[in-house]
Design a protein around this ligand. Structure first.
Ligand code: SAH
Ligand code: SF4
Ligand code: F3S
Length: 437
C-alpha cells in the first residue's frame, strides 16, 4: 500500500528548495507526494520566522492538525525550518503541540531520514535542533518541483546581522558550497532539461568570501558558459557587495538575465545606519548607476521595510523618493516586525501599528503605480518568455520574460519548459496577456 507525504512550506526560496530536499528524503523512504494533507502518512511543516505573521501562520496550521492526528493515530507530524531553530522554540512547540512527532532545525535537515525511522519504532517524539551549523552536506538529493526552473544553493547562512533580521540567528554563519559542486549540479540540471537556474544565497555577492575559491562573478561566468539554452538568475544581492565586475559579467553574458533583485530596505540614511545595512542611499544609487551603465535595460526589484524603530515621516518620505528615483519594476514591501533576540527589538521608538499601516499603503500604491506604468509599455511588443506552467483558473499558460515580467497566453499544446514569443495585447498590474507568435 502506498504511503504519502505532504509538505507545507513557508518563507523564502531557500525554504522552497529545502522542501524539495525534504521531499527527496521522504521519497527515499518510500513515501509519495499527496496534495491533500488529510491523505498524508507524514505531514511536514517547513517553517519561517522572518516576521511575526509567518510564525503565526505556521503555529495556526500545526494547531489545526490536532483533530486529524486524533483520528489518524499513525500519522507522523514533523516540524522543521527556521522557526524551530530559534532558541527555546522547539520546547514551546513541543509543549503547545504534544502530538507533533518530530522537531528538527535548519542545520540537521539531512538527518530527517534517521528521525522518521526512529519515530516509526518509538512512541516518544524525536526532538533535535542543533546549535552549530556544521559542515555543508552534499548528500540530499532534491526532488524538484519547480520545472523548468531549478534552485541551486551557493551559500548558506548570513554574516550581515542587519539589526531587524532573525536570519543570522536561525541560519548560522555564512558558508559557501565548493564551486566545483555548484557547477556540476548546474551541468546536470541543464542536461536534464531545466531551462532556468537560480543561484540562491542570503548574500550571493559575498560567495566564497575568505576562501581561495572563485568569486561570485567568476562563478556566474562559468555557469553562463555552459552549453545549452537556459537562463541564469541569482538572489539575493546585498547592495554593499554589489560590484562593477558583477555588472560587467551580467552585461557580457546573454544567459544571465538582465534583472537584479537588490534590496534597499529604506531610503533614509539614518534608518539605513540603524539597520546596519552599511550603505547610504547615495551609495545605493551609485550601485544602480554602475549597473545601468553596463546593462542599460536591466530591471531592478527590491525589498522595503516601513516602520523600523524611530522611522519619522521624513525618513519615510526619503524611502518614497528613492523608490521614484530608481524606478523599481516591482518591490516586496513589509511592515517592520519585531524579532526577539535581534538588536532592533531592544530599540526605543517602536512605531505604532496604525502609522506603519498608513505608510505601507502609501508605499504599495506608489510601487504599484510604477509597476503598472512599466507593464503598459509592453503592450504591442513581442517578448520571449519561458513557459512555467498552466493557470487552471484562467485556463491559460504563463511564463516570464528575462526581466521577470509574467505573461499569460493560450496554447493548444503543452508548452511548459519552452521558450516562446508572445505578442503582448494588454497589461493589468504586474501581469501581461498576449498571443503566441
Ligand atoms: N538576505 C536577503 C533577504 C532575506 S529576508 C537580503 O538581505 O536582502 C527577505 C526580506 O525580508 C528582507 O529583505 C527584508 O526586507 C524583510 N525582513 C527581514 N526581517 C524583517 C523584519 N524583522 N520585519 C520586516 N521585514 C523583514
Ligand atoms: Fe537578514 Fe541582512 Fe542577512 Fe539579509 S543580509 S539575511 S536582511 S541579516
Ligand atoms: Fe527564509 Fe524565513 Fe528562514 S525568509 S531563511 S525561511 S526565516
Amino acid at each position: 500500500m502506498s504511503k504519502y507525504y505532504h509538505i507545507t512550506t513557508y518563507g523564502c526560496q531557500m525554504n522552497v528548495h529545502e522542501s524539495e530536499k525534504i521531499a527527496g528524503i521522504l521519497s527515499s523512504l518510500g513515501y509519495e507526494n499527496c496534495d491533500n494533507i488529510e491523505d498524508a502518512d507524514i505531514a511536514v511543516f517547513n517553517t519561517c520566522c522572518i516576521r511575526e505573521n509567518a510564525e503565526n501562520h505556521a503555529f495556526g496550521n500545526i494547531g489545526m492538525l490536532k483533530k486529524l492526528k486524533a483520528k489518524k493515530k499513525g500519522m507522523i507530524i514533523a516540524v522543521g525550518g527556521c522557526l524551530t531553530q530559534q532558541i527555546g522554540k522547539a520546547d514551546i512547540l513541543h509543549d503547545k503541540f504534544p502530538y507533533v512527532d518530530i522537531i528538527f532545525g535548519t542545520h540537521n535537515l539531512g538527518k530527517l531520514k534517521e528521525y522518521v525511522i526512529k519515530k516509526q519504532s518509538q512512541k516518544k517524539s524525536v526532538i533535535e535542533v542543533l546549535e552549530s551549523e556544521g559542515e555543508i552536506s552534499e548528500n540530499e538529493k532534491p526532488l524538484r518541483t519547480s520545472y523548468p526552473n531549478a534552485w541551486i544553493n551557493i551559500t548558506y547562512g548570513c554574516n550581515n546581522f542587519c539589526t531587524y533580521c532573525i536570519v543570522p540567528y536561525v541560519r548560522g554563519r555564512e558558508r559557501s558550497r565548493k564551486s566545483e559542486d555548484i557547477i556540476n549540479e548546474a551541468k546536470e540540471l541543464i542536461s536534464l532539461g531545466y531551462k532556468e537556474l537560480t543561484l540562491l544565497g542570503q548574500n550571493v555577492n559575498s560567495y566564497a568570501n575568505g576562501t581561495d575559491d572563485i568569486t561570485f562573478p567568476e562563478l556566474l561566468k562559468k555557469i553562463a558558459n555552459l552549453d545549452g539554452k537556459f537562463r541564469l538568475r541569482f538572489m539575493t544581492s546585498h547592495p554593499k557587495d554589489f560590484s562593477e565586475e558583477l555588472a560587467k559579467v551580467i552585461a557580457e553574458n546573454p544567459k544571465i538575465c538582465n534583472a537584479v533583485h537588490l534590496p534597499v530596505q529604506s531610503g533614509s540614511d539614518r534608518i539605513l545606519k540603524a539597520m546596519n545595512r552599511r550603505y547610504t542611499s547615495a551609495d545605493y544609487l551609485k550601485k544602480v548607476e554602475i549597473l545601468k551603465k553596463y546593462v542599460p535595460d536591466c530591471t531592478i526589484t527590491t525589498d522595503l521595510i516601513v516602520g523600523f524603530p524611530t522611522e519619522s515621516d521624513e525618513d519615510f518620505n526619503d524611502t518614497l523618493s528613492l523608490v521614484k528615483e530608481v524606478g523599481f519594476s516591482s518591490a516586496f514591501t513589509f511592515v517592520y516586525s519585531k524579532r526577539e533576540g535581534t538588536v532592533a527589538a531592544k530599540m526605543d521608538g517602536q512605531i505604532p501599528e496604525e502609522v506603519s499601516k498608513k505608510r505601507i499603503m502609501q508605499l504599495i500604491s506608489l510601487v504599484n503605480s510604477q509597476t503598472r506604468e512599466q507593464s503598459a509599455e509592453y503592450v504591442g511588443k513581442t517578448i520571449e518568455i519561458l513557459c512555467e506552467g498552466y493557470d487552471d483558473k484562467k485556463q491559460m499558460y504563463l511564463g516570464r520574460d528575462e526581466y521577470g515580467r509574467m505573461a499569460y497566453f493560450y496554447s493548444d499544446t503543452d508548452v511548459v519548459g519552452e521558450f516562446l514569443n508572445v505578442k503582448i495585447e494588454s497589461a493589468s498590474g504586474i501581469s501581461l496577456t498576449g498571443t503566441l507568435v
